[in-house]
Design a protein around this ligand. Structure first.
Ligand SMILES: [Zn+2]
Ligand SMILES: [Zn+2]
Ligand SMILES: [Zn+2]
Ligand SMILES: [Zn+2]
Ligand SMILES: [Zn+2]
Length: 362
């Protein structure tokens, strides 16, 4: 741990190394302020226990599952690594119920055809060739001509004159007239159903004509297994530690990340830093270290650094930070807050001046 004398010596050495002289050696602790930082993670293993009824279609071997009596009393070892995710499945003693399914053989009557194997099918389909025109120019598929013989003659003559679609027309099956009906349906407007060939029924697609389908409840095995399953889950939860709270010592923390050597601290009884960390961060750490509900293990990985901020009377525009390192110390020089505001003020004045000159020229 650094002391006041080491810090003053380090700053004096730093200043002299740069060839800047000091009227008298640095002395007194009045110009030193001490600060400390803590960072790291607390990883907890959080456990949850639950029970659920399960049903498995078909036979199932559960003999490799651990057996428990009361889920909350079941003991499993503490996790070696709290960051590990783990799920253990178990079977409650005496809960396994293996039985044959009510269906008997894994099949049930097909609900779509009600066991018939066939379903109804339309005997006819609309004629595709004349869907958008007339199936018979004279009777429109009605079978009886609405025209008187003289009118029929007139229609036939006009069709002949027009040349029209005579070639596409044939004798109507319904009314008997020549060259008036659709060649596909011959004036009927519909054709025989190609699926059932007019028979009016077709094989059921759900059971392929069997009349029976697989029973889903038992997956066609005729057997089921029911049991009560207990699950113990252990999931990691990580809390980041960063003290003091964000915003405080912002610049110093950035410099410490870059230049300082942080010391690991476990906060256990044999940790030499424990008292120091407790003194600096005790009240802020307390809620972070409080055991979590259902916590079964934890790993605390923290790093601590204590550093000094030194103000030298002869250099009022500077601040010196002294950080501990593996070799001893490192000094980082920064403009003092007053100096920073002065520089900002100068920059603002120069900008204002430029604006004024610009206006004057324009
Ligand atoms: Zn069944
Ligand atoms: Zn069926
Ligand atoms: Zn007709
Ligand atoms: Zn037709
Ligand atoms: Zn059909």
């Amino acid at each position: 741990m650094l002391g006041d004398k080491e810090v003053l010596d380090a700053v004096q050495g730093y200043i002299e190394e740069r060839g800047e002289s000091l009227a008298e050696p640095l002395s007194g602790a009045s110009a030193i302020t001490w600060h400390s930082l803590l960072k790291g993670q607390i990883v907890r293993s959080i456990e949850s226990r639950s029970e659920e009824k399960h049903l498995h279609p078909g036979p199932l071997d559960l003999s490799d599952h651990p057996v428990y009596d009361t889920i909350d009393d079941y003991q499993i070892p503490r996790p070696r690594d709290p960051a590990e995710q783990r799920t253990q499945k178990m079977v409650r003693r005496g809960s396994i119920d293996e039985r044959s399914c009510a269906c008997g053989n894994g099949e049930i009557r097909c609900p779509r055809c009600e066991g018939e194997g066939r379903i109804r099918c339309e005997q006819h389909q609309p004629c595709g060739s004349c869907r958008d025109s007339t199936c018979c120019l004279l009777c429109d598929g009605a079978g009886r001509s609405a025209l008187k013989p003289a009118e029929k003659q007139a229609v036939a003559v006009s069709m002949q004159k027009a040349g029209g679609d005579r070639g596409d027309r044939t004798r109507c099956y319904e009314c008997g007239e020549r060259d008036v009906a659709c060649v596909t349906c011959r004036g009927r407007g519909r054709v025989q159903c190609s699926t059932c060939q007019g028979g009016g029924s077709r094989p059921c697609p759900d059971c392929a004509g069997d009349g029976k389908v697989t029973h889903e409840h038992c997956a066609g095995t005729g057997r089921t297994v029911e049991w009560t399953e207990g699950t113990i889950t252990r999931a990691p939860r990580t809390d980041e530690v960063r003290l003091p709270e964000p915003g405080v010592l912002y610049w110093a923390r950035r410099l410490a990340e870059q230049h300082a050597t942080w010391t690991p601290t476990t906060l256990t009884d044999n940790d030499p830093l424990r008292a120091c960390v407790q003194k600096d961060f005790g009240s802020a750490l307390k809620p972070l270290l409080r055991p979590h509900h259902q916590e079964v293990a934890r790993r605390t990985k923290l790093e601590y650094v204590r550093f000094a901020k030194v103000a030298v009377d002869e250099h009022p525009h500077r601040i010196y930070y002294v950080f501990p390192t593996l070799k001893g110390t490192t000094v980082v020089r920064c403009p003092s807050p007053r100096r920073t505001w002065q520089i900002a003020g100068i920059v603002a004045s120069v900008l204002l001046l430029l604006v004024l000159i610009n206006r004057f020229i324009a």
